[in-house]
Structures are given as structure tokens and as C-alpha cells.
Write a protein that binds this ligand. Sequence first.
Ligand code: ATR
Length: 273
Amino acid sequence: MDRYVVFGNPIGHSKSPMIHKLFAEQTGQSLDYSTLLAPLDDFSGCATSFFQEGRGANVTVPFKEDAYRLANSLTDRAQRAGAVNTLSKLADGTLLGDNTDGAGLVRDLTVNAGFSLTGKRVLLLGAGGAVRGALEPLLAEKPASVIIANRTVDKAELLAELFCDLGPVSASGYDWLREPVDVIINATSASLTGDVPPIAESLIEPGQTLCYDMMYSKEPTAFCRWASEHGAGVVMDGLGMLAEQAAEAFFLWRGVRPDTAPVLAELRRQLAL
Ligand code: ATR
């Protein structure tokens, strides 16, 4: 049976095996998908040994940059992201590195929420790996503007420079912004500690602005609560992005696009337990 894994450290609580098992059942694909705890100091050795037999892998924290270096070739979006979350063994035995995180985010917004990004004003909070992975797929939707706001403004400026050939992207500090935007995407890790980036509530147009947190948890995240309290039109967490980035990886490996709706419903059900 074709073998797939998700590499991470830690990796015990990954939802990827459950997601891919459901995708495989739904599409009638025969494959085995499990977790693989890679040592912090030897991702490359662990991955090389797995790929003697294995067909593909997902890669999560903290190995996405290691996977980027290991891949023999890269998709454009992985090249731009500087990180790889999906490895696929090609017919000639070499490894293709892809990054499906940003595409997962865009698909959750445009397909699941039915929200077109074209012509919209988008505000991204954060300037780490999550934002870097999202920028190429977001800019491909032709928004009117993308502002990257970050606590450390230098990092936002660096990203804006790296991506400015792809569209209208600029950098900002949190407290420089006042005018309402159409979409606010929280890609900081502030939710992990129950914090919300210090942005003005006037950025939300009541009843209109879509607020998206890349994080998710059983209870609404601090950012989702903040957005609801200030009247955001739509509030979403990152569970849909998780399912969609997995579906993109599954499509790359198997050439079949699974229906994410029942899988997302199952993820939501399990999260509530
Ligand atoms: P990831 O790969 O998930 O993006 P990362 O590269 O460590 O993780 O980036 C974390 C992001 O969250 C950064 O933009 C960080 O801001 P700084 O660059 O200024 O450090 C942001 N962040 C983390 N905690 C935060 C907080 N409490 N308030 C605001 N921003 C926060």
C-alpha cells in the first residue's frame, strides 16, 4: 500500500492522519497515512530514509524550512513561501516540494465562505511563516490591496519587498491603521496566549468586514471573540484552512480532489467533544 506520513516534532496530536483516512475512504484510494516523529537535529536523514519506500509526506512545525532545503524541485508557491508543507516523490525518485497552506486559506475563503477576494482591501496581521505562505495565493486573487501589519515592522517591510512584484502589497505597524478594510486575517501566534494584536476596532466595518483567524480551538479564539464583539460581518477560524491544505496535498499526490465538507464537519464535531 502507498505510504504517506506527516513529519513534525511534536506530532502526537496531528489531525492529518484522520483527515487523509477520511479523504481516502471517500475517494476509494488505497493508502496508508501515519505520523512520523522526526528528531529535531535530523529531519533530512529521517525523511530520506522514509522516502526509500514512501510516496509523499506532509511537514509541520518545526521542519517546513528543512523540507524546503531537502526538496529537489519546488512549486512556485513553495519557492515564494520559503517553506514546504508537502513533499511528493516523483517518478524519477526525486522530491517535489509544495506549499498548500496559502491555497488552503484562499479556498476556505473563496469556496467554503463564498467570499471573493478580488478588488478587496486585505489586512494581514503578522509577518512570520504563516503570512509568507499565504501571500502568493492571496495576491493571485487580485485584491485591491494587501497590508501586512506586524509588531516588528521591519519583518513586514521585508515581506512586502519580497512580494511586491506580485501585487499591491505594503507594510505597516498595528497602530498606524484606522480606515476600515474588507478582510482581516490573523496570522500571528497571539491567540495561543489569548492575546489579540493591538489594532483599532475602526478597521472593522460593522456587518461587512470578514475576520479570519488561522488558529482554531474548541472555544472561539481571542481574535474571533474580538471580531464578533466589534460587529464583524463574518468570523471564521482556521479549521477550514486545515482541511483545505490537506485536500490540496491529497490532490497533488493522488490526482483526485476530495470533498472537504464532510471532513470539516467531522473535524468540527471532534473539536467540540
Ligand atoms: P508562524 O510560522 O506561525 O507565522 P512565527 O514565524 O513565529 O510563526 O511568527 C509569529 C508571528 O506572530 C509574528 O508576526 C509575531 O510578531 P513579531 O514578528 O513582532 O514577533 C506574531 N506574534 C506573536 N505573538 C504576538 C503577540 N502577542 N502580539 C502580536 N503579535 C504576535
